[in-house]
Design a protein. Structure first.
Lengths: 151, 142
């Protein structure tokens, strides 16, 4: 039987969001966290997580500090300026905003696929939500025990 | 946003709907060619949709897949048949037991987007979409 799980984000993007929220929450407590610690707390495979963290560091979403007291950290004040949309585009690029709902490469307003107009509104809502949600508010819910990263 | 299986599934059903209005019953080869999808994968998806009663099939030399001309089939039924509804109900971060009482960090933010998607899929019928296809307002092969 054919069964494919549908999600809005790629697996890499899901791990990236969870890792960033976890690091932000730990950074607000003054803690630097190691790869092992992150992978354990968001329940993700270590090697894959390392790749994602590297991508996030390259996009200046988090800092990676070397040495014995090193680890991943999000400096004070940065979580307020990072939006969920920054994390998503660091990992998935623009595909979530630009891609055709039916997977056509050259779908646009001039040559729309049957779903094009129906999807435009949903995509706008998604984009607005991602651009209006700050890392700070996500990490805050975690600090307060209002939300969870691991089940 | 949709999985590959879902993309091909929707494309195929829209083509079948369009052809049904012309009293035709396309077979897998014709469907795959028309919607630009791989044949074996398309066969699997169409079989799954037919087994669930989403599309109808007729065996024999003039056989193939079709829909009732007045079918009220919605996008939501296709999506749910292929993936089980996880895009409408599943957690955006992939946690198995995310809920309002036990939310992941983006649960509340995503609820509205998901509700919007769900409503759109529930309110859009395949025949509405296939009519625009027939009128040349939209395209299945680009």
């Amino acid at each position: 039987m054919l069964r494919v799980k549908l999600v809005m984000f790629s697996k890499a993007c899901q791990y990236g969001i969870k890792a960033t929220v976890y690091i932000a929450s730990q950074s607000s407590l003054g803690n630097r966290v190691s790869l092992k610690d992150i992978a354990f707390n968001i329940n993700s495979p270590e090697a894959f997580t390392a790749k994602i963290l590297h991508q996030l560091a390259k996009s200046d979403i988090l800092d990676s500090l070397k040495g014995p007291t090193g680890g991943f950290v999000i400096p004070k004040g940065r979580a307020e300026t990072i939006k969920l949309s920054d994390i998503v585009s660091a990992i998935d690029g623009d595909s979530i905003y630009m891609g055709c709902a039916l997977g056509f490469e050259s779908c646009d307003a001039l040559q729309p696929c049957p779903m094009h107009n129906k999807f435009a509104g949903i995509r706008d809502d998604l984009k607005k939500m991602l651009q209006n949600t700050s890392l700070y508010e996500l990490a805050h819910g975690l600090d307060d025990g209002m939300s969870f990263l691991k089940r | 946003m949709f999985s590959k299986a879902c993309e091909y599934g929707i494309r195929s059903v829209l083509f079948i709907a369009e052809q049904s209005q012309l009293d035709k019953r396309p077979n897998i080869v014709e469907i795959a060619k028309a919607v630009d999808s791989p044949e074996p994968f398309t066969a699997k998806i169409c079989q799954q949709l037919a087994r669930a009663g989403i599309i109808l099939s007729k065996k024999g030399p003039n056989g193939g897949f079709y829909l009732e001309k007045k079918s009220k089939l919605t996008l939501a039924e296709i999506v749910t048949c292929i993936d089980g509804g996880s895009i409408f109900n599943g957690c955006s971060l992939g946690l198995p037991q995310c809920s309002a009482a036990h939310p992941c960090p983006v649960h509340d933010q995503f609820n509205e987007v998901r509700e919007g998607l769900k409503k759109m899929c529930e309110n859009t019928t395949v025949m509405q979409l296939s009519e625009k296809l027939r009128n040349g307002e939209t395209f299945l092969k680009l």
